[in-house]
Design a protein around this ligand. Structure first.
Ligand SMILES: [Fe+2]
Ligand SMILES: [Fe+2]
Length: 313
């Protein structure tokens, strides 16, 4: 009797869909998403795929998205205005990808040419692009996807203002430059993964399926960048990342505060959901640390060879 009742419970990509979703139910859904999309096996497989991508770059295929089927009713357990403001924020953070890719290429080209090609492609000596990097190819789909989602939800076109990109700035110390750059890229991938997971915990149907595509790209990049950075820099890298987590969360809060300052009600709901977002950031980081414990130096060297002396301590 009980079993047949359970079988009828509505489920989606984040597990059980609660009829009333509050903080604890959202946490359950976030945990479910982490176990499903950031399992140790998935993270290891995404990392092990990196040397293959150096040899033969191949875009991660997206599952088809039914854009027309996306409706505001698929937003659950959160004020739709807040959800939509996070979608708008995502579209904004995702641009301008070309400048981000070029910046990564600048930092990586002498330290690790295959990774530079993976991120930023290949350029001629006069700086014109010969090949688009795989990371850029995957990332450049995200901004348009979030703009489409925004349009479906609001009926309005979003005009995002792109972030400014500092660009490649070399110092005397190549190791430190690459190190800082790796930390900043990792932080972005981790932030994007966490925010998109939170959006998936608060959505269902076609809307949730659409967000699942960029989210899985972010997990893919996160695993690859984490793994190769751990290979290059070892434990100090992990310690330093920990310090950036607080900054990221406060930056995100600040950003959202600016966007919604004219609407007190929205700010209040945002404050309530900041606890959930913080939970998601921490939950993802805990999972990455769990995974990191399974990464053995011997396995990493088998994937990437011996780390270069000028990059490692
Ligand atoms: Fe992205
Ligand atoms: Fe990303």
């Amino acid at each position: 009797m009980k079993i047949s009742m359970l079988a009828k419970r509505p489920v989606d990509l984040a597990g059980y869909r609660y009829s009333r979703q509050h903080y604890l139910q959202t946490r359950c859904r976030i945990n479910y998403l982490v176990e499903r999309y950031l399992s140790i096996d998935i993270l290891s497989a995404r990392l092990a795929d990196l040397p293959t991508q150096f040899e033969n770059p191949h875009q991660r295929p997206w599952e088809p998205i039914d854009w027309q089927a996306i409706t505001p009713e698929q937003i659950i357990g959160v004020d739709p205005a807040l959800f939509i403001s996070v979608i708008a924020g995502a579209a904004e953070i995702e641009t301008p990808i070309r400048a981000y890719a070029r910046e990564s290429w600048g930092y990586l080209q002498s330290a690790h040419p295959p990774m530079a090609r993976f991120m930023g492609g290949i350029f001629t000596t006069d700086g014109s692009p010969l090949e688009v990097g795989l990371w850029e190819k995957e990332e450049r789909q995200h901004g348009p996807a979030f703009r489409k989602i925004y349009q479906q939800l609001t009926g309005e076109k979003l005009q995002p203002k792109p972030n400014s990109v500092e660009g490649y700035q070399a110092s005397e110390n190549l190791r430190e430059d690459v190190y800082k750059h790796a930390i900043s890229r990792m932080t972005t991938e981790w932030g994007a993964t966490s925010v998109y997971l939170w959006l998936m915990a608060h959505s269902t149907g076609a809307l949730q399926q659409a967000i699942a595509q960029p989210m899985q790209d972010e997990v893919n990049h996160l695993a690859k960048m984490w793994g190769i950075s751990y290979w290059a820099f070892g434990d100090s890298y992990i310690t330093r990342l920990r310090g950036t987590s607080k900054n990221l969360i406060s930056l995100f809060k600040h950003h959202q505060g600016e966007r919604t300052h004219s609407n007190d009600m929205l700010q209040l709901t945002y404050a309530l959901h900041a606890v959930e977002l913080t939970f998601t950031f921490v939950r993802v980081m805990v999972q990455l640390h769990r995974w990191n414990q399974t990464l053995l130096p011997g396995d990493l060297e088998q994937l990437f060879g011996q780390p270069q002396r000028d990059i490692r301590d």
